[in-house]
Design a protein around this ligand. Structure first.
Ligand code: PEP
Length: 246
């Protein structure tokens, strides 16, 4: 039985003080029905981690090299120094604005598993790919290329299916599209790993999830949670989501 997992991706929002206020308001109001977490910016990670007892605290990116001449980058060891044990990888904004490729994401996933960090690996098609009927081809390719050759505790990996046209647009995917695509993500996981691993890996849907629609997604057999941007930023809305998945 897969435990649901809800993660708020804060993107480039919130200072440390705001992160602390959020964590103080939310951390004691969670329940065991799901894992809940937030992904603050690098500068707010230490503060959030320090105040969180129940919330997962995830970074939004990490480099695959242990150290060296990579100006502006953060290593796995640096995150672990802050007791941060989770990281979002391959978010569409990193792919779109920072040219991140599946090959790089693959190196990051491998490094994370090697060093005990749990990755949330994002995949999802662009609007033009969706409109051209290429969702399956694109998503299968991304799942394969991001995860091929990965070894270790592969069951711990979380995959987030986030159609790029649904992120921050208010145009969430229909429940049917979300379920069908998450089902094909699982099918591709069977090919990359095996049936047992594919059944254990948690798959999130992401794209304009909010308190009013999360229940429908979570009721689907292959959707085990959500990666949430906008609706994760406010305490009230985050707590409504927590309540909705009880
Ligand atoms: C995201 O940032 O991954 C996301 C899904 O954003 P939003 O919920 O705002 O669409």
């Amino acid at each position: 039985m897969r435990k649901s997992i809800i993660i708020g991706n804060w993107k480039m929002n919130k200072l440390s003080k705001e992160a602390i206020d959020f964590v103080k308001a939310v951390d004691g109001n969670l329940h065991d029905g799901a894992d809940f977490g937030i992904a603050p910016t690098y500068t707010a990670l230490a503060a959030a981690r320090e105040h969180a007892s129940n919330l997962i605290v995830a970074a939004q990116n990490v480099h695959y090299q242990p150290s060296g001449a990579y100006t502006g980058e953060i290593s796995i060891e640096m995150l672990k120094e802050l007791n941060v044990e989770w990281v979002i990888l391959g978010h569409s904004e990193r792919r779109q604005y920072f040219n991140e490729t599946d090959a790089e994401i693959n190196k990051k996933v491998k490094a994370c598993l090697e060093h005990g960090l749990t990755p949330i690996v994002c995949v999802g098609e662009l609007l033009e790919e969706f409109e051209a009927g290429k969702t399956e081809e694109v998503v299968r390719r991304q799942v394969h290329d991001c995860l091929v050759g990965v070894e270790g505790n592969v069951q711990s990996i979380v995959v987030a299916y986030e159609p790029v046209w649904a992120i921050g647009t208010g145009k969430s995917a229909t429940v049917e599209i979300a379920q069908n695509t998450c089902a094909l993500v699982r099918d591709e996981l069977k090919k990359v790993f095996n049936e047992e691993v594919a059944e254990a890996i948690r798959i999130q849907y992401g794209g304009s999830v909010k308190p009013s629609n999360i229940k429908e997604y979570m009721a689907q057999p292959d959707i085990d949670g959500a990666l949430i941007g906008g609706a994760s930023l406010k305490v009230d809305s985050f707590l409504e989501i927590v309540e909705a998945v009880k």
